[in-house]
Design a protein around this ligand. Structure first.
Ligand SMILES: *Cc1c(COP(=O)(O)O)cnc(C)c1O
Length: 476
């Protein structure tokens, strides 16, 4: 399995899985992507079903990750997967349960991990992979990331206690819930530095990009990424798309559809990968909130990013994103791997004009007919109505992001089962739950104390210069 960048014209010098494991952007500014896709035919899917039945989620992860990675010995990879996906970390042995809602809708529970969001599933694996590979290379890294609320806590919790990794996490000031803040800023450990930024998620992301653009500093800090541009994270997520399908599809050719709450295109891109590989996915339904940049693209063929000031603060805050870092990968596939055109569009056209117009390439039709994408957006009142309806009809509390997925999934469903991905537990979003059903979701014992934890965060008021200074001072 070999990887190249989405902007790499000459793909004759591809990289291995472990070469790009610790990387964010490729040196040319593109994103790593497989040179060729592994394929899953019907008998492979049967094989995965048997593995899953015998060896559970960790066994399934081992087999699927083995398709993407041939430079870790298989016994080591298995051990890594077993350590990542334990019953203790995921609130029981049944990792990624899928429950029926009503009307042919299902809920894939991706949020039972240590920080109650789907990001734990990838981050747990990433932490174990990093520790393994850093040990093998006798290296250390500095992780610099940006979070809209859930990536940060998932990364910090997963990496905590790993001596070779130091985490610096930027988060938008005042845009996260009390539970999210407690989960992150409550961590008191020299290996974790939380920094709050005045502005939105995209401002945090811009700072990360600016530090990465400083090649000298990047090398000095041995900077690594855990944002969803990291390839291993996407590979890890493919596992739960397959696991969700296995639970709902009784036969190996049974198609399902999936509804995925989206802001950064980080989750649904793994659904795209699974589908390209051959998982029988009828439609991939992309759901945005009022920040509908991606829904707009799939409806018009024009990708028009917004500035931080034009990004609404909504009640599904982890999707308040107006520039989707992973989208370039999808456009690469949409343009049949035309790296020169991707480099022009994302390296020149988008920075200069703030938009990419793919109407002439028939993007809407191609995304729908070739890649199965459909999209819609949801509003605050849709979210409240979906939370209330799922509670009333199914006796289950869902979080506002999941509610965006349920809203759009219901709207765009076909005859096949529709699996809505639960991206967080509702305990993180008490105010919205109270507004929707009149009470907050009860907090399980394993999260007791999160809300009262003393806060450890540095206010980053001095922009890039202050950030660089803090990194240099504290990364050693
Ligand atoms: C990160 C996150 C999202 C958005 O995921 P992307 O795939 O990165 O757009 C949605 N919901 C929740 C709860 C999240 O934490």
């Amino acid at each position: 399995m070999r990887y190249r960048s989405t902007r790499q014209l000459d793909a004759s010098q591809p990289a291995n899985f472990c070469d790009i494991l610790l990387e964010g952007l490729a040196p040319d500014g593109g994103l790593y992507w497989p040179v060729e896709w592994p394929r899953l035919d019907r008998s492979d899917l049967g094989d995965l079903r048997r593995t899953w039945a015998r060896r559970g989620y960790a066994g399934l992860a081992h087999q699927v990750l083995g398709l993407f990675c041939d430079d870790i010995p298989t016994a080591d990879l298995e051990r890594i997967c077993r350590r990542a996906y334990t019953a203790e970390q995921f609130d029981g042995p049944d990792i990624v349960p899928v429950s029926p809602l009503n009307d042919g809708l299902w809920l894939a529970q991706l949020s039972n991990g240590p920080t109650a969001a789907f990001k734990d599933l990838a981050m747990r694996l990433l932490a174990e992979l990093f520790e393994y590979e850093l040990g093998r290379r006798d290296r250390r890294i500095t992780i610099l990331g940006a979070t809209s609320g859930d990536t940060g806590s998932a990364a910090e919790r997963a990496m905590l206690g790993q001596s070779r990794i130091k985490v610096f996490m930027l988060s938008p000031q005042g845009r996260m819930t009390a539970f999210q803040r407690g989960q992150m800023y409550g961590i008191d450990d020299p290996g974790v530095v939380n920094l709050t930024v005045p502005g939105a998620f995209d401002d945090c992301q811009d700072l990360v990009k600016a530090v990465n653009a400083d090649a000298e500093l990047k090398a000095r800090l041995e900077l690594g990424a855990v944002n969803s541009i990291n390839w291993a994270r996407l590979a890890a997520q493919v596992v739960y798309y397959i696991a969700s399908w296995l639970r709902v599809a009784p036969a190996d050719d049974q198609p399902v559809s999936l509804a995925v709450p989206t802001g950064n295109f980080g989750n649904i891109i793994s659904g795209h990968i699974a589908r390209v590989m051959g998982l029988p996915i009828a439609r991939l339904v992309l759901a945005t909130n009022e920040n509908n940049v991606l829904a707009e693209f799939f409806q018009t063929g024009i990708y028009r990013v917004r500035s931080a000031e034009q990004t609404f603060a909504t009640s599904s805050p982890s999707m308040d994103i107006s520039k989707a870092s992973n989208f370039e990968r999808f456009v690469f596939d949409l343009l049949d791997g035309d790296a020169a055109e991707v480099a022009r569009l994302f390296g020149q056209v988008l920075p200069a004009s703030g938009q990419i117009d793919l109407t002439a390439q028939g993007a809407v039709e191609r995304a729908r007919d070739v890649f199965g994408f459909q999209a819609g957006s949801s509003t605050h009142s849709d979210r409240l109505a979906a939370i209330a309806a799922v509670w009333r009809d199914c006796g289950r509390l869902i979080d506002p992001h999941t509610a965006d997925g349920v809203t759009v999934g219901r709207r765009l469903r076909g005859p096949e089962p529709m699996i809505c991905l639960e991206t967080a537990l509702p305990i993180k979003f008490a105010d919205t739950l109270i507004e929707a059903v009149g009470f907050p979701a009860p907090i399980p014992d394993r999260f007791a104390g999160v809300l009262d934890a003393p806060s450890h965060a540095i206010e980053l008021t001095g922009g890039l210069d202050q950030l660089k200074q803090i990194l240099v001072e504290r990364a050693g």
